[in-house]
Structure formats: C-alpha cells, structure tokens
Design a protein around this ligand. Structure first.
Ligand code: GUN
Length: 287
C-alpha cells in the first residue's frame, strides 16, 4: 500500500494559526515580534530563502528587516551590525543567511549572535544547550521534522531512527532531538559503508545528505516514516529531494514530498522561534 503523504503545507497552516494567537497575545502587551535577517552578497538561493522568510513574517504579523551587505563587506562591519542588532529591543530574532562570501568567517559571524536571539539555533551556545538537554532555540529544520512526526502521530519512543547526514545544523541536532524523545539513533554519512544496511533498520528515516534521490525503495523498511530534508535543483526536473519519492512512496508508511514537505515547516519554525524569543523577552521585562 502506498505511503501516507505528510503534507507539510497543510501542517504549516495549522502552525501559523496557533502562532497567530500567540502574536495577538503579545500585541496586547504592546510587543511585536521582530526578525532581522543579514545577507552578505547576492547568492540567488539565499535571496529566495530570505524572500520566503520575509513573506512568512508578514503573514504572521511579525516585523522583519533585511540588512544587506556587499559581497566584499569586511568582517568588522558585519560584526558591528550584529552587535547593534543584539542590543536592539525591537529585534527578537537574528539570522545570518549562509553561505557567506569567502572572506567572512561563517563560524565566527554566526557565533556573534546573542544566544537569546539565535532563532536559527546555529550558535555554539544553542547547540551546546541542546547537547546538555536544556535547549534554548532548537535548529529549525530538525524542529520541523519533529513537528511533522508528531503531527502525523508517529511514535518515536523506543523506535529505531536513522539520520543520513551529520551537519551541525541538521544531522547532529536531529540525532540529539530524536534521542531525547527515546529513539535509538544511528547517524550515517558520506563515509558510511553500506548505507542501505543501516537505513533498512529504520522505523524513522531522516535524510539530509544533500544528494538527489540517494535513498531508494530497496533501502527502506516497509511501513517506515521517511522524512526528506533534501533540496536539490536538477536542470529540467526542478527541485527533487534526497529520497527517490516515486519508488519509496510504494514501500514507506509515511513520506514527506519535496517540495511541500519539510521545507515550508522549516520556515514556520523560524517564525515559531522568533515568537518564542519575543515571549521570553516580554516575560523578562514584565518580571
Ligand atoms: N542557508 C540555507 N539554509 C539556511 C538556514 O536555515 N539558515 C541560515 N541562516 N542560512 C541558511
């Protein structure tokens, strides 16, 4: 039987409806959540991501501001701007869109964001808090995957989860978040011999490898939940995921499409983290 398709766009609409109520409650306290996005250079994909995030802010009644920097912007200039945003009370969340131009140290720049405003969950502080089991802001993509699993009613506790990909922003935090919910987690990556052997054990298979259609039907346990984080642009075919959707759909129990699965939910989680940051700051100032 074909898998149940987890419709990210539909779930996202529900998330926005809940956020609307929280934004309204903040409004009654004269607080409007604000997100600042820093973009250095003119990477085409980054511009699309940012446009989508700004659109989402507008839809959710959140203030957003884009801070553009030249492609040859000196690091000091970007760091000074981040310092100002860190101290700006109208800004509750800050994103530095990646990738950055080569002369900028992405690690150093990202870590200049104040922990309470790190709505991407990318700083060492946020990742360390997650490891310690006391998350502040969780990275948006793994948070989106968790929310989709929960929405579909997929059990996590006691299940076998396999994460394909070991990046600091998706694979590693994903493994930690699944582990925190009681899954037994295996992390596979580009150096894993026999990926299929591991993947076939998964009740929950999260694929964030950055390789188009890497996971095929023969690598999936019948009935498994398959969550595809990949976004691969292929000439003449548009955007495809890291999972061979047509084949895996016949085997899996649940599957997320690309586009329209994890992607829209990830943007909703940026907004959710910004609203939460505003709520925390309102609680601090009310205390
Ligand atoms: N570039 C691609 N995806 C992301 C993301 O989620 N956050 C940031 N800051 N940059 C990105």
């Amino acid at each position: 039987m074909a898998a149940t398709v987890i419709d990210g766009a539909a779930v996202t609409r529900e998330v926005y409806a809940q956020l609307e109520e929280r934004v309204a409650a903040l409004g009654r306290m004269n607080v409007r959540p604000g997100l600042a996005v820093c973009l250095a250079g003119d990477n085409a994909a980054s511009k699309i991501y940012i446009r989508n995030k700004v659109r989402a802010c507008n839809g959710a009644g959140i203030h957003s501001e884009i801070h553009p920097f030249d492609a040859d912007c000196p690091q000091d200039v970007l760091l000074a701007a981040l310092d100002k945003l860190n101290r700006n009370p109208r800004v509750h969340g800050i994103l530095v869109q990646l990738p950055l131009p080569a002369q900028l140290d992405a690690e150093l720049v990202t870590n200049a964001i104040a922990p309470e405003k790190d709505v991407d969950g990318m700083t060492r502080h946020s990742l360390g808090a997650l490891v310690a089991g006391h998350p502040l802001h969780e990275p948006c993509t793994p948070r989106a995957v968790m929310a989709l699993l929960d929405h579909a009613g997929i059990a996590i506790d006691g299940r076998e989860a396999v994460v394909v990909g070991r990046s600091a922003i998706v694979g590693k935090p994903m493994a930690l978040m699944l582990m925190a919910r009681g899954a037994t987690v295996t992390v596979c990556h580009s150096r894993t011999p026999d990926l299929a052997r591991h993947a076939r054990r998964a009740d929950i298979l999260v694929v964030a490898a950055g390789r188009a259609r890497l996971v095929t039907a023969d690598m999936v346990k019948p009935g498994a939940a398959v969550l595809d984080v990949g976004i691969n642009r292929i000439a003449g075919q548009g955007i495809v995921g890291d999972v061979d959707y047509a084949g895996v759909r016949e085997i899996a129990g649940w599957i997320t499409p690309v586009p329209g699965g994890v992607g829209p939910m990830t943007i909703a989680m940026v907004i959710a983290n910004t609203v939460r940051a505003a709520e925390r700051s309102a609680a601090v100032s009310a205390a």
